[in-house]
Design a protein around this ligand. Structure first.
Ligand code: F6R
Length: 240
C-alpha cells in the first residue's frame, strides 16, 4: 500500500487526477471504477480540465460505479447517477452508454445486484477510485461486511445516514438502503486509488494503513491488494 500525503484537498485532487489520467493515456479503452461523495469531486474537476485543455479522450473508456441509493431514480439530484453526470460525464467526451451504475429503482433489487455482478465480470477496472467512510466503509460496505461479498443490498448504518444527511434537505430524506459493489468486486480491480481528506477520517486511515485486517474496518482489506495508492491530505494522515 503506497501512501501519498498532500498538503490539502486541492493537491490531493491533482495528484489523484494525474494518476487516473495516466491510466487513460496508456490505455484509451481503460475501464474506470468510480466513486461519488465529496472526496473525488476535485479529482473529477481536474480530469475535466485536462480533457478540455489537453485533449485526453474518454471516447472509448467504460466506467462502473461503486453504488447507488435504493429508491432514487437517475434524475433525482441526490442519486449517484445524477452526481456522476453533473460532476464528470456531462463534461468529458465519454459515451454515456459505456457508463454503468446499479439501478436503485429496479423492481427486483436482488435481480439488479445479480445483473450488476454480470457487468462487473466483464468490466474489470484498470483503476478503481474509492473514498473512505469515517467508519472505514468502502463503497457502502459497512463494518462487518464479509470480505467475499459481491454486489448486494445494504442497510445503511445510522453513522452513514448522518454523514450523508448534509446533502439532503433533512435526515429523513436520506435513503435507508443502497446497492453496493461488494468487497470482493472492489478487490478485483487491477489497481485502486483512494482519495481521503479531513480530520474526521484520520482514525479510519490509521486503522486502514496500520491496523489489523478485519471486517470491522472494511478498508483494512486493502492491505491485501497488490496495487493500492492512498492519496490523503495532512488532516486525514494526522494519526499515521
Ligand atoms: C461513494 C461511496 C462511499 C464514499 C464514502 C466517503 O460512492 O462509495 O464509500 O466514498 O462514504 O464519502 P465522502 O467522500 O463524501 O466523505
Amino acid at each position: 500500500m503506497k501512501v501519498i500525503v498532500t498538503k490539502n484537498y486541492d493537491e490531493m485532487s491533482q495528484v489523484a487526477a494525474n494518476i487516473i489520467i495516466d491510466v487513460v493515456k496508456n490505455n484509451p479503452s481503460a475501464v474506470l471504477g468510480l466513486a461519488t461523495g465529496s472526496s473525488p469531486i476535485g479529482t473529477y474537476k481536474n480530469m475535466i480540465k485536462d480533457c478540455k485543455e489537453n485533449g485526453t479522450s474518454y471516447k472509448n473508456v467504460s466506467t462502473v460505479n461503486l453504488d447507488e441509493y435504493v429508491s432514487l431514480n437517475a434524475e433525482h439530484d441526490q442519486s449517484y447517477a445524477y452526481f456522476m453526470r453533473t460532476n464528470l460525464f456531462d463534461h468529458i467526451d465519454i459515451d454515456q452508454n459505456n457508463t454503468n451504475l446499479p439501478c436503485g429503482v429496479a423492481k427486483d433489487l436482488q435481480a439488479e445486484c445479480d445483473r450488476y455482478n454480470g457487468v462487473l465480470a466483464k468490466l474489470v477496472p484498470d483503476i478503481q477510485v474509492l473514498g473512505l467512510g469515517s467508519n472505514g466503509h468502502i463503497g457502502f460496505n459497512e463494518p462487518d461486511t464479509p470480505f467475499d461479498s459481491v454486489t448486494h443490498i445494504v442497510d445503511l448504518t445510522e453513522n452513514t445516514i448522518k454523514d450523508n444527511s448534509r446533502l439532503f434537505a433533512s435526515i429523513d430524506e436520506v435513503p435507508r438502503q443502497a446497492l453496493s459493489m461488494g468487497i470482493k468486486n472492489i478487490m478485483q480491480a487491477k489497481s485502486i486509488i483512494m482519495v481521503v481528506s479531513g480530520k474526521n477520517k484520520a482514525e479510519a486511515v490509521k486503522g486502514m494503513v496500520n491496523g489489523k485486517i478485519t471486517p470491522a474496518l472494511p478498508a483494512s482489506v486493502l492491505q491485501l491488494h497488490p496495487n493500492v495508492t492512498i492519496v490523503c491530505d495532512e488532516d486525514a494522515a494526522s494519526l499515521l
